[in-house]
Ligand binder design. Structure first.
Ligand code: AHR
Length: 503
């Protein structure tokens, strides 16, 4: 049986946990917006056409920020299409997803939804096929109280108060050849810097994210960040990371070690950003916005979702609707552990996406909304990881993986909330062949007692929630632990994720 020893001490901290770490993403893609968050005519729709059953699940998920409107979609998007009377809005072809965009939902509707959901908006601008002026126009439209044509247009369109959007992404995945208007790092760095300067001239309070790499395997990874930050270091606050993981060719061990890839990705981007900062002789630090991450069966989706043809542009097609298993939930739990471990530099992150499209929440038109397996580790981590992320001492047995070499069999992160005094521990067992034991030294937490402990594990690692069986996988109770003085011993089932809160 594999084992690990952990020492947890609230005095040793990585940094405060920014609530923005628990963000998500709503793109005009497939059924995320239409027939997802928005379905007028659904029995649970509110007066604005938003599904209240979905809103309830979004609140339960504990999402803090929501990135919008894309994604690849944003690189062909004209934000002006989505304002004004709905019956006069143009119907456009979305080249990114080969779909029809009716523009029924635009910035006003999204802001109404975001307020109802209690989330902070994170707006992406189009730097693929548009430029500085369109970005400034949108910012003026959104954030200037009144007195300019654009601000007054917003008021005339029904929003008397400014939207006050703080976080802005300067384009999306501009390093990717699939991106409309894909640019070299040099070209993107220049336009991102010009756009950022212009936006700050208008509203100095904005927080800006420059595009980093679309994943760690991109041929330009590393040099992209270096070049882009040389152009934008003084203009932006964040550089983005995107990463999706899937079980490839039956290599379960490597898939279960996806968190190792995320760790290495973050460490490399931090090192690159700090190297650029050192070269510029500045003390300013650039943080990471990990604004797309998840499990995504990308290869499988590419084969399935081939919408083509000049006369075939479906509205809200069922694409990227991955059904997540117990295995996927454990990996999502591990990716959250990685984000927490880097809470000092990863100050924002977005689970991509929120509804129907590679999402923790699924819906049927006119029918129910339900939680996928991945909903649970996200909701539990968002709820428990409050205060500061802890620097744990973790000494785990290891095993070999094809993709990442030798990896720890047990991974962990911890948090401490000074308000309540509660300490939480997040654990995964990457051993799918048997249980593992974890011994936790609680000497620094005298009198600590386990308040509650939850678990994701199943005899069938492929078990999933579907329309027909929406609660096949739910959160279990972890009971296999003993507390003896300052020593907590936890037995983790094979291939499992667990969270314990100590009061
Ligand atoms: O989240 C799905 C897609 O993945 C996004 O549109 C894009 O940014 C990324 O490649």
């Amino acid at each position: 049986m594999a084992s690990a020893r952990i020492v947890i001490d609230p005095a040793f901290q990585v940094g405060s946990i920014d609530r923005r770490l628990f963000g998500s993403f709503v793109e005009h893609l497939g059924r995320c917006v239409y027939d997802g968050i928005y379905e007028p005519g659904h029995p649970a729709a509110d007066a604005d056409g938003f599904r209240t059953d979905v809103l309830e699940l979004v609140r339960e998920l504990g999402v803090s920020t929501v990135r919008y409107p894309g994604g690849n979609f944003v690189s062909g998007y004209r934000w002006e299409d989505g304002i004004g009377p709905r019956d006069q809005r143009p119907t456009r072809l979305d080249l990114a997803w080969h779909s029809t965009e009716t523009n029924e939902v635009g910035v006003h509707e999204f802001m109404t939804w975001a307020r109802a959901a209690g989330v902070e908006p994170m707006m992406a601008i189009n730097l693929g096929t548009r430029g500085v002026l369109e970005a400034i126009d949108l910012l003026e439209y959104a954030n200037v109280p009144s007195g300019s044509t654009l601000a007054d247009q917003r008021i005339a369109n029904g929003a008397a108060d400014p939207f006050t959007i703080t976080m802005w992404c300067l384009g999306n995945e501009m390093d990717g050849p699939w991106q409309l208007g894909h640019r070299s790092a040099e070209d993107y760095g220049k336009i991102a810097s010009q756009t950022a300067k212009g936006m700050r001239q208008l509203d100095p309070s904005v927080e800006l994210v420059a595009c980093g790499s679309s994943n760690r395997r991109m041929p330009t990874f590393g040099s992209w960040e270096h070049t882009v930050l040389q152009h934008t270091y003084h203009d932006v606050d964040f550089i983005s990371c995107h990463a999706y993981y899937e079980e490839k060719d039956g290599d379960l061990d490597s898939f279960l070690a996806s968190g190792v890839d995320m760790d290495r990705f973050i460490d490399s981007v931090v090192a690159t950003a700090d190297a650029v900062g050192a070269g510029l002789k500045t003390d300013k630090k650039i943080n990471i916005s990990f604004d797309e991450w998840n499990v995504w069966y990308n290869v499988r989706d590419k084969e399935k979702n081939t919408i083509r043809g000049l006369d075939n542009w479906p509205k809200a097609p069922r694409i990227l609707e991955d059904v997540y298993s117990v295995t996927d939930a454990v990996v999502v739990g591990n990716l959250l552990i990685s984000l927490l471990r880097h809470a000092d530099r990863v100050r924002a992150a977005s689970l991509a996406q929120l509804v129907n499209v590679i999402a923790p929440i699924m819906t049927e038109p006119g029918g129910p909304a339900w939680r996928q397996t991945t909903f649970y580790p996200f909701a539990e981590t968002a709820r428990r990881a409050v205060g500061s992320a802890l620097r744990l001492t973790l000494d785990s047995d290891t095993h070999q993986t094809a993709a990442y070499g030798e990896v720890a069999t047990i991974d962990a992160a911890g948090s401490h909330d000074p308000e309540t005094g509660n300490t939480s521990l997040f654990l995964i067992n990457r051993d799918h062949g048997g249980p593992s034991t974890v011994e936790v030294d609680l000497t620094a937490l005298p009198g600590a007692a386990v308040q509650d402990a939850v678990l994701i594990a199943d005899d069938d690692r492929h078990a999933a929630n579907t329309l027909d069986r929406q609660d096949r996988v739910t959160l279990g109770q972890l009971t296999s632990y003993t507390l003896d003085g300052h020593r907590l011993t936890v037995e983790l089932p094979p291939l499992s994720w667990a969270a314990l809160t100590l009061a």
